[in-house]
Design a protein around this ligand. Structure first.
Ligand code: ADP
Length: 236
């Protein structure tokens, strides 16, 4: 029987470098996320959001508990399988865009497809298609530093979508953008989620941004202290 998309049970993380007596970065986190969900992750600084996102994105390992992805315990994945999942199942979007400066927008979008073995023409066609979808058709040959912050983030979103991921992991994607541009980016995520069914897990500090999601998970001191539908009250 196929399992759920994402399922964590009793997940915990204690950093070896943490000072004696400090509470774990994550403790006893149990939840499931189904395909097609749009989830906002909130909580004060130091509450465990990044630790949680890094574990879900297979960039870090928990020190206790289990994480099953598509029904499979990720602890059993080999290094190659982990790299494969990171490249094919996940798309990452960061606050600082993280585009490579010396290559064009289209080449940035095509980058994840190099590792997945697509041909040059297939990569170029997909990059052009994605840039058009992001409203950036004329900017494929532009260098990233010629683009506005909002445009750069749309290039980064196109790059995240390159390999048809199941999950977009976005870490404060609007943190460096003005309000109007932030709203445009959130509209874009909303449309992608609704039209392609891609699951979105998005960290934000801002209630206005969390309002675009349908579910809110709030962390405090490494624990989930709220998990439910986004309502005006819940995100306030
Ligand atoms: P948030 O993303 O909500 O700000 P983090 O997940 O970064 O929270 O941090 C959770 C806790 O773990 C904090 O107490 C933080 O200091 C600690 N922490 C995070 N990363 C490390 C690390 N690499 N080594 C030691 N402690 C860490």
């Amino acid at each position: 029987m196929a399992g759920r998309f994402i399922e964590v049970e009793g997940l915990g993380k204690r950093y070896e470098t943490a000072a004696a007596g400090t509470p774990p970065a994550l403790e006893a986190v149990s939840l499931a996320i189904d395909e097609g969900e749009f989830v906002a992750v909130m909580g004060p600084s130091g509450s465990g959001k990044s630790t949680f996102m890094n574990i879900i994105g297979l960039l870090d390992t928990p020190t206790s508990g289990a994480y099953r992805l598509n029904g499979r315990d990720v602890a059993g994945l080999s290094t190659d399988e982990l790299a494969h999942v990171r490249n094919r199942v996940f798309g990452f979007v960061f606050q600082g865009f993280n585009l490579l400066k010396r290559i064009t927008a289209a080449e940035n979008v095509a980058l994840p497809m190099i590792y997945s073995g697509a041909s040059g023409s297939a990569r170029r066609a997909r990059a052009a298609e994605l840039l058009a979808q992001m409203g950036l058709a004329p900017y494929g040959s532009a260098m990233p530093n010629r683009l506005s912050g909002g445009q750069q983030q749309r290039v980064a979103i196109a790059r995240a979508l390159a390999n048809h991921p199941q999950l977009i992991l976005a870490d404060e994607p609007t943190g460096n953008l003005d309000t109007a541009t932030s709203m445009e980016i959130m509209e874009l995520f909303t449309t992608l989620n609704r039209e392609t069914g891609v699951t979105i897990l998005l960290v934000t500090h801002e209630n206005d941004i969390a309002q675009y999601a349908r579910r809110l998970i709030r962390f405090k001191d490494g624990h989930v202290v709220h998990d439910g539908p986004v309502t005006h009250e819940a995100a306030a």
